[in-house]
Design a protein around this ligand. Sequence first.
Ligand code: 13P
Length: 247
Amino acid sequence: MSWVGTSWKMNKTLAEARDYATRLAAALSDGAPAGVQPFIIPPATAITTVRDILGPDSPVVLGIQNAHWADAGAWTGEISVPQAADAGARLVEIGHSERREFFAETDETVNLKVKATLAHGLRPLLCVGEPGEVFAAGGSVAHIMAQVAAALDGIDDVSRVLIAYEPIWAIGEHGREARPEDIEAVFAALDAAYGDRVEAILYGGSVNQGNAEETLRVPGVNGLFVGRSAWQVDGYLELLRIAASLA
Ligand code: 13P
């Protein structure tokens, strides 16, 4: 199964979320393309709106971009995993590089959040990635394997976990598109260590309609985690079609 999804990051009003969800629901009214598991991670404000438009039988898995490790309490500004589940999220994105860089997310808090997510029966989407300097110095594999090991520390059953390898140097408008040879070694290492233990291992970072196919052909890649190129529904649907053509 190829998991292909998008985080909208801090984008979209409710009107924009409604429009996207309405078009997506219409396009997937006969179900998801064979072999592809779609997922959408809206901002928290729009999860219930998207859930209600997609409806209970939608093939789309909904997620939240972050959740706290505690179930409840005096944690101003935070959202717990049970609250995310209550709103319709079935997947929790954890440890995106933007959260690690700008919101002090550490390997320790990532580990706590993965555990909380699993304890409540949701799927963690664990994001890992190395900075450009580490890539340039040839340290990508060691960096990524250490991040994943720290995130999964103390967890025996990782079968519900999704891993997204997102090199920091490839993410966002200042990122550069990765070539298959840039990411092959990390996927070989992740696949050898986790390929038969986790749900899927995804690639993210400047994925677009032009490079999706070659990326999905890299051994060990089981899906795509996309930002900008999936923020318009037609672009997202094209990525689902590409993934389905290879499934
Ligand atoms: P872009 O696809 O916009 O580079 O973002 C990738 C990403 O960070 C997905 O979480």
